[in-house]
Design a protein around this ligand. Structure first.
Ligand code: RIB
Length: 338
Protein backbone atom coordinates (compact mmCIF):
# COMPACT_ATOMS: atom_id res chain seq x y z
CA UNK A 1 0.00 0.00 0.00
CA UNK A 2 1.46 3.31 -1.09
CA UNK A 3 2.30 5.80 1.71
CA UNK A 4 0.14 8.93 1.55
CA UNK A 5 0.72 12.48 2.73
CA UNK A 6 -1.71 11.76 5.58
CA UNK A 7 0.54 8.91 6.81
CA UNK A 8 3.51 11.29 6.89
CA UNK A 9 1.48 14.00 8.69
CA UNK A 10 0.30 11.49 11.29
CA UNK A 11 3.82 10.18 11.88
CA UNK A 12 5.22 13.72 12.24
CA UNK A 13 2.30 15.00 14.32
CA UNK A 14 1.41 17.82 11.92
CA UNK A 15 -1.33 18.52 9.34
CA UNK A 16 -1.11 17.28 5.71
CA UNK A 17 -0.98 20.92 4.57
CA UNK A 18 2.12 21.49 6.71
CA UNK A 19 3.77 18.46 5.08
CA UNK A 20 2.87 19.87 1.65
CA UNK A 21 4.30 23.33 2.50
CA UNK A 22 7.57 21.78 3.67
CA UNK A 23 7.96 19.37 0.70
CA UNK A 24 7.15 22.14 -1.79
CA UNK A 25 9.64 24.45 -0.01
CA UNK A 26 7.01 27.19 0.33
CA UNK A 27 8.38 30.40 1.99
CA UNK A 28 6.39 30.05 5.25
CA UNK A 29 7.70 30.15 8.83
CA UNK A 30 7.85 26.58 10.12
CA UNK A 31 10.15 25.63 13.03
CA UNK A 32 13.32 23.70 12.30
CA UNK A 33 12.14 20.88 14.60
CA UNK A 34 8.89 20.50 12.68
CA UNK A 35 10.73 20.42 9.37
CA UNK A 36 13.12 17.79 10.70
CA UNK A 37 10.23 15.63 12.01
CA UNK A 38 8.44 15.78 8.64
CA UNK A 39 11.57 15.03 6.59
CA UNK A 40 12.42 12.13 8.91
CA UNK A 41 8.89 10.71 8.50
CA UNK A 42 9.15 11.08 4.69
CA UNK A 43 12.42 9.12 4.72
CA UNK A 44 11.27 6.40 7.14
CA UNK A 45 7.97 5.89 5.28
CA UNK A 46 9.65 6.22 1.84
CA UNK A 47 6.95 8.69 0.83
CA UNK A 48 6.75 9.90 -2.81
CA UNK A 49 4.09 12.47 -3.80
CA UNK A 50 1.39 11.00 -6.05
CA UNK A 51 1.96 13.08 -9.19
CA UNK A 52 -1.49 12.19 -10.57
CA UNK A 53 -3.10 13.59 -7.41
CA UNK A 54 -0.82 16.64 -7.56
CA UNK A 55 -1.80 17.14 -11.19
CA UNK A 56 -5.51 17.09 -10.34
CA UNK A 57 -4.95 20.00 -7.96
CA UNK A 58 -2.42 22.07 -9.92
CA UNK A 59 -3.88 21.12 -13.34
CA UNK A 60 -0.31 20.53 -14.56
CA UNK A 61 2.04 17.58 -14.43
CA UNK A 62 5.15 19.55 -15.45
CA UNK A 63 5.68 16.82 -18.01
CA UNK A 64 6.08 16.92 -21.79
CA UNK A 65 5.62 13.85 -24.00
CA UNK A 66 8.21 13.48 -26.78
CA UNK A 67 7.26 11.08 -29.62
CA UNK A 68 10.13 9.91 -31.87
CA UNK A 69 10.09 7.61 -34.94
CA UNK A 70 13.45 5.95 -34.25
CA UNK A 71 15.45 6.57 -31.08
CA UNK A 72 18.06 4.11 -32.40
CA UNK A 73 18.96 6.64 -35.09
CA UNK A 74 21.63 9.03 -33.72
CA UNK A 75 19.80 11.94 -35.37
CA UNK A 76 16.75 11.40 -33.16
CA UNK A 77 18.90 10.50 -30.15
CA UNK A 78 20.71 13.84 -30.46
CA UNK A 79 17.46 15.72 -31.08
CA UNK A 80 15.74 14.19 -28.04
CA UNK A 81 18.78 14.94 -25.84
CA UNK A 82 18.72 18.59 -26.91
CA UNK A 83 14.97 18.92 -26.40
CA UNK A 84 15.07 17.15 -23.02
CA UNK A 85 17.98 19.29 -21.78
CA UNK A 86 16.15 22.51 -22.69
CA UNK A 87 12.84 21.39 -21.19
CA UNK A 88 14.56 20.30 -17.95
CA UNK A 89 16.06 23.78 -17.75
CA UNK A 90 12.44 25.01 -17.69
CA UNK A 91 11.60 22.54 -14.87
CA UNK A 92 9.66 20.35 -17.29
CA UNK A 93 10.17 16.58 -17.23
CA UNK A 94 10.11 14.53 -20.44
CA UNK A 95 8.54 11.13 -21.19
CA UNK A 96 9.76 9.66 -24.48
CA UNK A 97 7.74 7.38 -26.76
CA UNK A 98 9.64 5.56 -29.54
CA UNK A 99 7.29 4.49 -32.35
CA UNK A 100 9.60 2.76 -34.85
CA UNK A 101 7.82 4.96 -37.42
CA UNK A 102 4.60 2.96 -36.92
CA UNK A 103 1.57 5.27 -37.19
CA UNK A 104 -0.53 2.97 -34.97
CA UNK A 105 2.06 3.17 -32.18
CA UNK A 106 2.24 6.93 -32.76
CA UNK A 107 -1.51 7.15 -32.16
CA UNK A 108 -1.19 4.93 -29.08
CA UNK A 109 1.40 7.29 -27.58
CA UNK A 110 -0.73 10.33 -28.42
CA UNK A 111 -3.61 8.72 -26.48
CA UNK A 112 -1.38 7.59 -23.57
CA UNK A 113 0.26 11.00 -23.15
CA UNK A 114 -3.08 12.78 -23.46
CA UNK A 115 -4.74 10.45 -20.91
CA UNK A 116 -1.78 10.90 -18.56
CA UNK A 117 -2.42 14.64 -18.89
CA UNK A 118 1.06 15.66 -20.02
CA UNK A 119 1.20 19.43 -20.36
CA UNK A 120 2.30 19.25 -24.01
CA UNK A 121 3.58 16.94 -26.74
CA UNK A 122 6.53 17.33 -29.11
CA UNK A 123 5.79 15.12 -32.13
CA UNK A 124 8.69 14.27 -34.47
CA UNK A 125 6.56 12.43 -36.98
CA UNK A 126 3.18 13.44 -38.36
CA UNK A 127 4.05 12.35 -41.89
CA UNK A 128 3.87 8.64 -42.79
CA UNK A 129 4.52 6.62 -45.94
CA UNK A 130 0.78 5.88 -46.13
CA UNK A 131 -1.06 9.20 -46.53
CA UNK A 132 -4.19 7.66 -44.96
CA UNK A 133 -2.23 7.02 -41.75
CA UNK A 134 -1.14 10.66 -41.74
CA UNK A 135 -4.79 11.72 -41.97
CA UNK A 136 -5.77 9.36 -39.12
CA UNK A 137 -3.12 10.94 -36.90
CA UNK A 138 -4.26 14.44 -37.88
CA UNK A 139 -7.86 13.49 -37.01
CA UNK A 140 -6.80 12.12 -33.61
CA UNK A 141 -4.79 15.29 -32.90
CA UNK A 142 -7.92 17.39 -33.44
CA UNK A 143 -9.44 15.66 -30.38
CA UNK A 144 -6.39 16.15 -28.20
CA UNK A 145 -6.78 19.42 -26.29
CA UNK A 146 -3.17 19.86 -25.22
CA UNK A 147 -0.41 21.86 -26.94
CA UNK A 148 1.48 19.97 -29.68
CA UNK A 149 4.70 21.12 -31.38
CA UNK A 150 5.60 19.44 -34.67
CA UNK A 151 9.23 18.86 -35.63
CA UNK A 152 11.13 17.13 -38.45
CA UNK A 153 8.67 14.84 -40.31
CA UNK A 154 5.95 17.47 -40.45
CA UNK A 155 3.05 18.02 -42.83
CA UNK A 156 2.13 21.46 -44.09
CA UNK A 157 -1.32 21.53 -42.48
CA UNK A 158 -0.58 24.88 -40.83
CA UNK A 159 -2.00 26.33 -37.61
CA UNK A 160 0.42 24.37 -35.48
CA UNK A 161 3.79 25.31 -34.01
CA UNK A 162 6.06 23.65 -36.57
CA UNK A 163 9.83 23.39 -36.71
CA UNK A 164 11.06 22.08 -40.04
CA UNK A 165 14.34 22.08 -41.94
CA UNK A 166 14.38 23.01 -45.63
CA UNK A 167 14.55 19.44 -46.98
CA UNK A 168 14.64 20.55 -50.61
CA UNK A 169 17.74 22.62 -49.81
CA UNK A 170 19.29 19.48 -48.27
CA UNK A 171 18.95 17.63 -51.57
CA UNK A 172 20.04 20.66 -53.57
CA UNK A 173 23.25 21.25 -51.54
CA UNK A 174 24.28 17.59 -51.66
CA UNK A 175 23.68 17.25 -55.40
CA UNK A 176 25.13 20.61 -56.42
CA UNK A 177 28.32 19.74 -54.54
CA UNK A 178 28.67 16.52 -56.56
CA UNK A 179 27.82 18.22 -59.84
CA UNK A 180 30.50 20.84 -59.13
CA UNK A 181 32.97 17.96 -58.75
CA UNK A 182 32.10 16.83 -62.26
CA UNK A 183 29.83 13.90 -61.33
CA UNK A 184 26.88 13.31 -63.63
CA UNK A 185 25.86 9.71 -62.83
CA UNK A 186 24.77 10.50 -59.26
CA UNK A 187 22.76 7.77 -57.54
CA UNK A 188 20.19 8.47 -54.79
CA UNK A 189 19.90 6.01 -51.90
CA UNK A 190 16.62 7.04 -50.30
CA UNK A 191 14.13 6.02 -47.66
CA UNK A 192 10.49 5.56 -48.66
CA UNK A 193 9.81 8.08 -51.43
CA UNK A 194 6.31 8.67 -50.05
CA UNK A 195 7.82 10.27 -46.92
CA UNK A 196 7.88 14.07 -47.23
CA UNK A 197 11.52 14.44 -46.19
CA UNK A 198 12.60 12.06 -48.97
CA UNK A 199 10.25 13.57 -51.55
CA UNK A 200 11.73 17.00 -50.83
CA UNK A 201 15.36 15.79 -50.83
CA UNK A 202 14.77 14.24 -54.23
CA UNK A 203 13.16 17.50 -55.39
CA UNK A 204 16.37 19.27 -54.36
CA UNK A 205 18.36 16.70 -56.37
CA UNK A 206 16.23 17.42 -59.44
CA UNK A 207 16.54 21.19 -58.89
CA UNK A 208 20.34 20.99 -58.96
CA UNK A 209 20.31 18.93 -62.16
CA UNK A 210 17.86 21.39 -63.75
CA UNK A 211 20.24 24.26 -62.96
CA UNK A 212 22.94 22.37 -64.87
CA UNK A 213 20.56 21.69 -67.75
CA UNK A 214 21.04 17.95 -67.32
CA UNK A 215 18.05 15.58 -67.51
CA UNK A 216 17.51 13.36 -64.45
CA UNK A 217 17.80 9.59 -64.92
CA UNK A 218 15.07 8.20 -62.68
CA UNK A 219 16.79 4.79 -62.77
CA UNK A 220 19.35 6.26 -60.38
CA UNK A 221 16.77 6.59 -57.56
CA UNK A 222 16.96 3.60 -55.17
CA UNK A 223 14.18 3.63 -52.56
CA UNK A 224 14.32 1.52 -49.41
CA UNK A 225 14.53 2.55 -45.74
CA UNK A 226 16.44 5.27 -43.87
CA UNK A 227 18.85 2.66 -42.49
CA UNK A 228 22.30 1.14 -42.90
CA UNK A 229 20.77 -1.84 -44.72
CA UNK A 230 19.48 0.52 -47.42
CA UNK A 231 23.11 1.47 -48.16
CA UNK A 232 24.11 -2.21 -48.35
CA UNK A 233 21.32 -2.88 -50.85
CA UNK A 234 21.65 0.34 -52.83
CA UNK A 235 25.33 -0.01 -53.76
CA UNK A 236 25.15 -3.02 -56.13
CA UNK A 237 22.03 -1.62 -57.80
CA UNK A 238 23.56 1.81 -58.36
CA UNK A 239 26.92 0.42 -59.42
CA UNK A 240 24.95 -1.45 -62.07
CA UNK A 241 23.86 1.99 -63.30
CA UNK A 242 27.50 3.15 -63.52
CA UNK A 243 27.20 5.83 -60.88
CA UNK A 244 30.35 7.69 -59.83
CA UNK A 245 28.70 9.21 -56.74
CA UNK A 246 25.90 8.42 -54.30
CA UNK A 247 23.70 10.91 -52.46
CA UNK A 248 22.57 8.97 -49.37
CA UNK A 249 19.41 10.48 -47.90
CA UNK A 250 20.84 10.10 -44.39
CA UNK A 251 24.20 9.28 -42.80
CA UNK A 252 23.05 5.80 -41.71
CA UNK A 253 22.52 4.90 -45.38
CA UNK A 254 25.95 6.35 -46.18
CA UNK A 255 27.48 4.07 -43.51
CA UNK A 256 25.86 1.12 -45.29
CA UNK A 257 27.40 2.25 -48.59
CA UNK A 258 30.82 2.49 -46.88
CA UNK A 259 30.44 -1.03 -45.50
CA UNK A 260 29.36 -2.50 -48.84
CA UNK A 261 32.19 -0.74 -50.69
CA UNK A 262 34.58 -2.99 -48.77
CA UNK A 263 32.92 -6.02 -50.37
CA UNK A 264 33.45 -4.48 -53.81
CA UNK A 265 36.99 -3.37 -53.02
CA UNK A 266 35.97 0.20 -53.80
CA UNK A 267 37.85 3.12 -52.27
CA UNK A 268 35.93 6.23 -51.14
CA UNK A 269 36.33 8.83 -52.67
CA UNK A 270 38.82 7.52 -55.27
CA UNK A 271 36.30 5.11 -56.85
CA UNK A 272 33.04 6.52 -55.50
CA UNK A 273 32.02 9.81 -53.89
CA UNK A 274 29.43 9.66 -51.08
CA UNK A 275 27.36 12.43 -49.48
CA UNK A 276 25.05 11.91 -46.49
CA UNK A 277 22.46 13.90 -44.52
CA UNK A 278 22.21 14.71 -40.79
CA UNK A 279 25.90 14.97 -39.75
CA UNK A 280 25.38 12.52 -36.88
CA UNK A 281 28.07 11.84 -34.27
CA UNK A 282 30.27 9.34 -36.15
CA UNK A 283 30.30 11.09 -39.52
CA UNK A 284 33.47 13.07 -38.93
CA UNK A 285 35.16 10.08 -37.22
CA UNK A 286 34.75 7.39 -39.92
CA UNK A 287 37.42 7.01 -42.60
CA UNK A 288 37.18 8.97 -44.78
CA UNK A 289 35.15 11.52 -42.80
CA UNK A 290 31.73 11.84 -44.45
CA UNK A 291 30.70 14.82 -46.51
CA UNK A 292 27.17 15.46 -45.32
CA UNK A 293 24.39 18.03 -45.13
CA UNK A 294 24.01 18.87 -41.47
CA UNK A 295 20.58 19.51 -39.97
CA UNK A 296 20.75 22.22 -37.21
CA UNK A 297 19.67 19.90 -34.36
CA UNK A 298 20.34 22.43 -31.57
CA UNK A 299 18.31 25.04 -33.44
CA UNK A 300 15.46 22.58 -34.04
CA UNK A 301 15.38 21.83 -30.30
CA UNK A 302 15.55 25.52 -29.37
CA UNK A 303 12.63 26.44 -31.66
CA UNK A 304 10.61 23.43 -30.50
CA UNK A 305 11.01 24.27 -26.81
CA UNK A 306 10.40 28.00 -27.34
CA UNK A 307 7.26 27.12 -29.28
CA UNK A 308 6.10 24.77 -26.52
CA UNK A 309 6.68 27.41 -23.81
CA UNK A 310 4.68 29.92 -25.86
CA UNK A 311 1.81 27.43 -26.19
CA UNK A 312 1.88 26.63 -22.46
CA UNK A 313 1.67 30.35 -21.72
CA UNK A 314 -1.02 31.04 -24.30
CA UNK A 315 -2.57 28.00 -26.09
CA UNK A 316 -4.61 30.36 -28.29
CA UNK A 317 -1.57 32.44 -29.22
CA UNK A 318 0.22 32.59 -32.59
CA UNK A 319 1.64 29.37 -33.96
CA UNK A 320 5.10 30.13 -35.38
CA UNK A 321 6.19 27.96 -38.29
CA UNK A 322 10.01 27.82 -38.52
CA UNK A 323 11.95 26.60 -41.54
CA UNK A 324 15.61 26.16 -40.66
CA UNK A 325 18.59 26.07 -43.02
CA UNK A 326 20.81 23.01 -43.50
CA UNK A 327 24.59 23.32 -43.91
CA UNK A 328 26.84 21.38 -46.32
CA UNK A 329 29.91 20.02 -44.52
CA UNK A 330 32.54 19.01 -47.06
CA UNK A 331 34.86 16.32 -45.73
CA UNK A 332 36.85 13.46 -47.25
CA UNK A 333 34.18 11.27 -48.90
CA UNK A 334 33.82 13.34 -52.06
CA UNK A 335 36.34 14.14 -54.78
CA UNK A 336 36.47 15.36 -58.37
CA UNK A 337 35.49 12.71 -60.86
CA UNK A 338 38.52 10.82 -62.29
O1 RIB B 1 18.13 9.91 -40.23
C1 RIB B 1 16.78 10.06 -39.94
C2 RIB B 1 16.18 10.98 -40.93
O2 RIB B 1 14.80 11.00 -40.73
C3 RIB B 1 16.70 12.39 -40.73
O3 RIB B 1 17.25 12.87 -41.95
C4 RIB B 1 15.53 13.19 -40.25
O4 RIB B 1 15.22 14.26 -41.11
C5 RIB B 1 14.41 12.19 -40.14
O5 RIB B 1 13.28 12.61 -40.82
Amino acid sequence: MRTTIKDVARAAGVSPSTVSLILNEKPVSISHDTREKVLRAVKELRYRPNQLAVGLVTKTTNTIGLILPDSNNPFFAALSNQIEMRLRHENLNVIIGNTGGDPKITREYLRIFSDRRVDGIVLAQLDFEDAEETVKCQELLKDIDIPVVYVDRVTDDGNHVTVAVDQTQIGYLATKHLLELGHRRIGCASGPITLNVNVQRYAGYRKAFAEYGIPVDTELLFCDTLSIECGNRALPCLLGQNVTAIFAFNDMIAYGVYKECRSYNLSIPRDLSVVGVDDIAFSDIIDPPLTTVAQPICEIAEHAVDGMLQLLQNPKGKKPISQLTPILKVRGSTARIR
